[in-house]
Design a protein around this ligand. Structure first.
Ligand code: BDR
Ligand code: CA
Length: 314
């Protein structure tokens, strides 16, 4: 089993990614840390606690709250137009008795990395602020973490908040660059592959038909919260009854690396400038000299990815 921490700004696709992480027999979830992004961090924490209960894991998986704002710059607002006022498509999930553990999340990450020396895999699905805080507090972290999977960036494709920037990187570019230059083993799961990995209404319909009785509440939650996501993607991208599985694909790749093709690239994040703040800049010249080498996902078998993702809920 892969020993994993998920770091999330628990919106709609984060919620599905966490549910996958909690249900997959290949993953041992060591904890979930939360960060601002799609919504305020307090809401991300509340959503996460309720999702843990929905997965039938109440009081089993620690939830630790992290950053409420970027590393150095001002907080610019949230993505409630994408994920709903409460971040999970305005679906009201049952409350839980579980409480968050004492924070901040950066300390939890440092503690777990120390305890699991060389075995911990981190999947970051929001701004990279918590990981950056952890690196500032413990510069030896890169040698203790097995691998960091980052949902973020747009290397050879357009951005989704600006012409060139993806939301998780754009929302805290200084944190993202600090993490990417840290020397940690990193795979970048960007819009290059996530925008190809579409969940359709027909998938959700089959899920509701095929789920075991104990997974029906999960299928029902996914179906209801995804309606909000579909509406957003219909309006902005003219997609019909389908939406990209950014965060779920990232967790999936940590245990099913065969669904993507990666390429090593020297990467850095643009932190200044008028049009390019938050851009993931890959030095794809023959002799790259700008940035640090990371594995960048360049292609995905989307059908296989969606099948593997849904399998754990059936
Ligand atoms: C990323 O931004 C958030 O809205 C999603 O949860 C995902 O992590 C996609 O750009
Ligand atoms: Ca996210």
């Amino acid at each position: 089993q892969t020993k994993m921490i998920i770091d999330a700004d628990t919106g709609i696709d984060d919620a599905i990614a966490i549910l996958y992480g909690l249900k997959s027999p290949k993953i041992q979830m060591e904890g979930i840390t939360t960060v601002f992004g799609n919504i305020a961090v307090e809401q991300a924490t509340e959503n996460t606690l309720r999702i843990v209960k929905l997965a039938g894991r109440e009081n089993e998986v620690p939830v630790s709250e992290g950053a409420s704002r970027p590393l150095t710059r001002e907080l610019l607002g949230f993505s409630t137009h994408v994920h709903g006022e409460n971040g999970i498509g305005d679906v009201e999930l049952p409350a839980t008795s579980q409480k968050k553990i004492d924070g901040p999340a950066a300390d939890f990450i440092i503690r777990k990395a120390e305890e699991l020396r060389g075995e911990l895999v981190i999947v970051a699905m929001g701004r990279l602020t918590n990981i950056a805080h952890a690196l500032q507090k413990d510069p030896t972290l890169p040698s203790k973490v097995k691998h960091l999977y980052i949902m973020g960036g747009a290397v050879n494709v357009p951005g989704n908040v600006t012409p060139v920037s993806e939301a998780n990187i754009w929302g805290d570019p200084e944190a993202a660059d600090l993490v990417i230059q840290s020397g940690m083993a990193i795979t970048l799961v960007g819009l290059d592959v996530t925008m190809k990995t579409m969940l359709r209404q027909s998938h959700l319909d089959s899920l509701q038909r095929l789920s075991k009785p104990e997974n029906l509440p999960i299928a029902d939650f996914m179906n209801r919260s995804m309606q909000y996501y579909f509406d957003f993607y219909r309006e902005v991208n003219a997609f019909r009854e389908c939406a990209p599985m950014h965060d779920p694909l990232t967790v999936l790749i940590a245990v099913e690396p065969g669904v993507v093709r990666t390429q090593s690239m020297h990467l850095s994040v643009e932190c200044e400038g008028k049009h390019c703040v938050g851009m993931t800049v890959a030095d794809q010249r023959r002799k790259p000299s700008v940035g640090s080498p990371v594995q960048v996902c360049v292609d995905v078998d989307a059908d296989q990815a969606i099948d593997l993702l849904l399998e754990v809920f059936i």
